[in-house]
Design a protein around this ligand. Structure first.
Ligand SMILES: [Cu+2]
Length: 276
């Protein structure tokens, strides 16, 4: 059902500039070396790639654009979590896909080949070493927000989700059950299944600190790596379930504060990226 865009370098920049989500314009942008960028597993990044990524994040923090982007997540009028009801549950994956895409476009204004890496917490069972000391203070909604973490410490979320949890959601056949399992875990008749963690929510709680605060969690750079992993899991699941789409309609399908529609999110390669 999706409508793949014919992505060329020019229209990629055009699509993004038209969104006008921040103050740069196309004259600031350098063409990428490839039309389709590969988001890599963070554990396979070169030192240069890590440096480019953190430098461009830091540049956006200093310019105020990062803090502004974080603040969208604190505005719950955008309905992007299941805590906002059925529509929020349905919008969770497409909304966050665009949220990451927009940040990645901004990062590429400074390092044209940079990408948001993903953190596969089923294999890397701790905070990636190179990010342990990246704990900036970011101005969000006119207040300084400090990145603090308290990994492992919450009694409610003692473990990062194991591979079995991912296999479990991958085996689900409807978009509705897949996205709720991935966002917050799979619930049986008696509550959360004993063998499962709360998946996406679990990682937020496990990292702790600002990652455990729904309003300001994107202040921590781990947010982007964690959500890239969720987005990657969705992309894999989509390949096996091409007809299972969120199915939003009317204004619900417009991923505000941007103007992208659900349809435009359904194929990552039409947004110009894939996963390795
Ligand atoms: Cu999240």
């Amino acid at each position: 059902m999706y409508r793949p865009q014919n992505v060329t370098e020019t229209n990629r920049l055009h699509i993004w500039a038209a969104e006008n989500s921040f103050r740069f314009n196309t004259t600031h942008l350098l063409p990428r070396s490839s039309i389709t960028i590969k988001r890599k597993n963070q554990s396979n990044m070169t030192n240069d790639e890590k440096e480019y990524f953190l430098n461009s994040i830091q540049t956006l923090i200093s310019s105020g654009d990062y803090g502004k982007h974080v603040s969208y997540h604190g505005n719950h009028n955008h309905r992007m979590h299941s805590s906002h009801g059925e529509i929020g549950k349905t919008r969770f994956l497409p909304w966050h896909r665009i949220y990451l895409f927009e940040l990645e476009q901004m990062l590429q204004a400074f390092e044209q080949d940079t990408f948001i890496p993903y953190w596969d917490w089923t294999t890397d069972r701790d905070i990636p070493e190179w990010l342990v000391n990246f704990t900036p203070t970011v101005i969000v909604d006119n207040q300084p927000r400090v990145v603090r973490r308290s990994p492992h410490r919450s009694p409610n979320t003692p473990n990062l989700p194991p591979e079995g949890d991912v296999n479990m959601v991958m085996s689900l056949n409807s978009y509705g059950s897949f996205t709720s399992g991935l966002e917050g875990g799979i619930f049986g008749a008696g509550g959360l299944l004993q063998t499962q963690t709360q998946m996406h929510n679990e990682v937020h709680g496990w990292v702790g600190g600002i990652m455990g605060n729904i309003r300001y969690s994107p202040t921590d750079v781990l947010f982007w790596l964690h959500h890239a992993n969720c987005d990657r899991i969705w992309a894999q699941w989509q390949k096996e379930h091409p007809s299972e789409i969120p199915g939003l309609s009317g204004t619900d399908s417009i991923l505000d504060p941007w103007t992208y529609t659900e349809e435009e999110t359904l194929d990552t390669s039409s947004l110009g990226y894939i996963y390795d």
